[in-house]
Design a protein around this ligand. Structure first.
Ligand code: BDR
Ligand code: CA
Length: 315
């Protein structure tokens, strides 16, 4: 089984990804770390604790960064995930699941060191916690099995960003952290918009989850209603793109994806802030920015039907 530490900003699709991690037999979930993103960290942490109660998940949950490495978080995408980041479902019970006393980056370090060479970090939110963990203990880069990130947009199919023409949300929320995480000497796989925009979960599938998935299925359907309305308005589609759960699917079955390899950098300011660029050409450029840095992987193609089947079998 894959030992996974989940870094997240729940978040509707984060909740679905968490459920998949919890229920899939190929995964052993070791812990959850929260961060700013779809809401402020206070809210994403409360949601993570609440989801643990709801789904019966019993692993440490640690609160992470409230701010990006540089600059200040001063707004949240309430039109996508709701003010509560759970689709505006109204008041929820106060979580009973305890909050781990450690900061998120410490839980990351401790978990990686507890199982050297075995832990997969699945990060589906701004990468601040991972950058802080690397800063405090750079040697963890050599101790993780892999880092699977939902984030980035590489323009593989022409479709590019979702926050700006070139930037994806998780990267633009902390571009400095993303650049550090992507240039660190650990093996990274990016599951970005190039592939997640190919995986459309139609509304009818949510209804099947509601009808056949018991109380958890009904809950996942309920939190998805505002998300579905957002996609109907914004993208004119009758369903949702599968972002965070696609990163989980990569861990479970990498054969669903095709990858390309090469160093990656992130634009940290200016009009292209948050853009992810990969040199997949193998060329040696004279520009100093591209003369070093480990080759990382970017997903370029996905078997969308296979991925949705995997999800539905578990949900
Ligand atoms: C990413 O941003 C968030 O809105 C989602 O949870 C996902 O992690 C998609 O760009
Ligand atoms: Ca997310």
């Amino acid at each position: 089984r894959h030992k996974v530490l989940f870094d997240t900003d729940p978040g509707i699709d984060d909740a679905m990804a968490l459920y998949l991690l919890h229920r899939h037999p190929a995964i052993e979930l070791l812990g959850i770390t929260t961060v700013h993103g779809n809401a402020y960290t206070e809210v994403t942490t409360r949601n993570a604790l609440y989801l643990c109660d709801r789904f019966g998940i019993d692993v440490p949950v640690a609160r992470g960064a409230a701010q990006p490495l540089v600059g200040k978080k001063d707004h949240v995408p309430a039109m996508v995930h709701g003010d509560d980041a759970l689709g505006n479902i109204g008041p929820i019970a106060t979580p009973r699941h305890p909050l781990d006393p450690r900061p998120a980056h410490r839980l990351i370090i401790d978990t990686v060191r507890q199982y050297p060479g075995e832990v997969t970090l699945v990060a589906v939110a701004p990468l601040t916690n991972l950058a802080l963990a690397l800063k405090e203990d750079p040697a963890i880069a050599g101790l993780v099995r892999q880092v699977v990130i939902m984030g980035g947009a590489f323009g593989v199919h022409g479709q590019i960003g979702n926050v700006s023409p070139v930037a994806e949300a998780n990267i633009i929320c902390d571009p400095y952290a993303a650049d550090q995480v992507l240039t660190a000497p650990w093996p990274v796989v990016m599951v970005g918009l190039d592939v997640t925009h190919q995986v459309l979960m139609p509304r009818a599938m949510f209804e099947r989850v509601r009808d056949e998935g018991g109380a958890d299925g009904q809950f996942l359907w309920r939190i998805s209603q505002q998300y579905l309305s957002f996609y109907a308005r914004q993208e004119r589609i009758d369903g949702c793109y599968v972002h965070d759960a696609s990163a989980v699917a990569y861990v479970i079955d990498p054969s669903l994806f095709q990858l390309r390899s090469g160093p990656i950098r992130v634009v940290t300011d200016g009009i292209a802030v948050g853009q992810t660029i990969q040199n997949a050409s193998g060329r040696q450029y004279r520009s100093p920015v591209w003369q070093e840095g480990p080759a990382q992987s970017v997903c370029t193609e996905v078997d969308a039907d296979g991925l949705l089947k995997l999800m539905m079998a578990t949900l």
